[in-house]
Design a protein around this ligand. Structure first.
Ligand code: 2P0
Length: 328
């Protein structure tokens, strides 16, 4: 067993927005989903993380956004470091410093960029030299959606059936490269039901869950065909539909729960109004109240103006397709 390593490794990973959503695990321990999913990695929201395994530490020291975190706040990171120690054979505590450039827990998945950056930094600092596929598998163990943030652009998480077969792959395409995501942060507060709990509850109590598994297969095949055909209209239509199908699993849970607020509904109606007036745009919504408007570069100005007027300019951020994980 290796007992010394003091290399500090720093990485940056960008978050991703799912267009075909991941919502439910068949294996909660290994994070194997019931369905495959498809996302776009975004350039505007990212996490930078440094990891050093250090013989002078008696326990892991975890700092997130300049605050030392302990107890339940650090448990997921600590558990993940345990996994890296197991897989690398390194038996040292780690110093982790992480900075999120993502509004935390408000529907923009900071856990995706956080665990992608941590997987890359921790594995390298522990002396492992993983392929991108193995890095995606490792990141998945921290948070499912993190496996997609290893890659840039459009990415498919192929659900697989075990630890070895469940990982993300990039979708090589030059199509739809003028796609833009206008992120509208209507609410910055923590969401009441975490994604982890929300999806487990939907699997357990929504009578529509078996139907979700079937429709995701079709939605995924259709959106991949839309990307291949450079068909933005089909791409946006399927994205919006799939997001609403996911939220139907919260409305149909027992008891029901809902991630939308009044402002979410106002924003959804505004997207539809714009669309009907000839400004082509669609929405997608994750496990929170914020909405992401899917559009093309040509309409960014009018969409940004519209939502800045409604909610205030500080609530609107325009993102482009972003890169995969990087070592600094
Ligand atoms: C997604 N979400 O595909 C879906 C859509 C939220 C809504 O992945 O339990 O933080 O860590 O695997 O990845 C958020 O869930 O959940 C998520 P865990 P994760 O992006």
């Amino acid at each position: 067993m290796t007992t010394s390593s003091n290399k500090t490794v720093t990485t940056v990973a960008h978050t991703n927005i799912a267009l075909i959503k991941y919502w439910g695990k068949q294996d909660s321990e290994l994070i194997i989903p019931y369905t495959s999913s498809l996302s776009l990695t975004l350039d505007q929201f990212y996490t930078q993380t440094s990891v050093q395994f250090n013989a002078n530490l008696s326990e892991d020291r975890i700092t997130i956004d300049d605050h030392v975190v302990t107890g339940t706040g650090s448990k997921r990171v600590h558990d993940f470091l345990e996994l890296v120690r197991q897989e690398s054979g390194l038996n040292l505590s780690a110093e982790v410093n992480s900075t999120n450039h993502v509004p935390t827990a408000a529907g923009l998945a900071s856990s995706a960029s956080a665990f992608a950056a941590l997987a890359a930094a921790a594995s390298k600092a522990a002396g492992m030299n993983l392929s991108l596929t193995d890095l995606s598998r490792l990141a998945r163990r921290g948070s499912g959606s993190a496996c997609r943030s290893i890659f840039g652009g459009f990415v498919e998480w192929q659900k697989g059936f075990d630890d070895a077969s469940s990982f993300a792959v990039p979708i090589e395409t030059r199509h739809l490269n003028d796609i833009r995501i206008v992120a509208l942060t209507v609410e910055k507060h923590q969401k009441p039901v975490s994604s982890r709990k929300g999806m487990a509850f939907s699997v357990k109590t929504s009578p529509y869950y078996p139907t979700w598994i079937k429709v995701v297969d079709a939605d995924l095949a259709n959106i991949k065909a839309a990307i291949k055909d450079n068909d933005f209209t089909r791409f946006g239509t399927i994205s919006e539909l799939n997001a609403m199908r996911m939220h139907a699993l919260t409305l149909s849970a027992d008891p029901d729960f809902l991630y939308f607020t009044g402002d979410t509904l106002v924003a959804m109606n505004e997207v539809k109004r714009l669309r009907h007036s000839g400004i082509e745009c669609y929405y997608t919504i994750d496990a929170g109240p914020n909405i992401k408007i899917i559009c093309q570069q040509a309409n960014v100005k009018v969409i940004t103006y519209t939502f800045s007027t409604l909610f205030g300019p500080t609530k609107v951020t325009v993102a482009k397709p972003g890169p995969g994980v990087k070592y600094l």
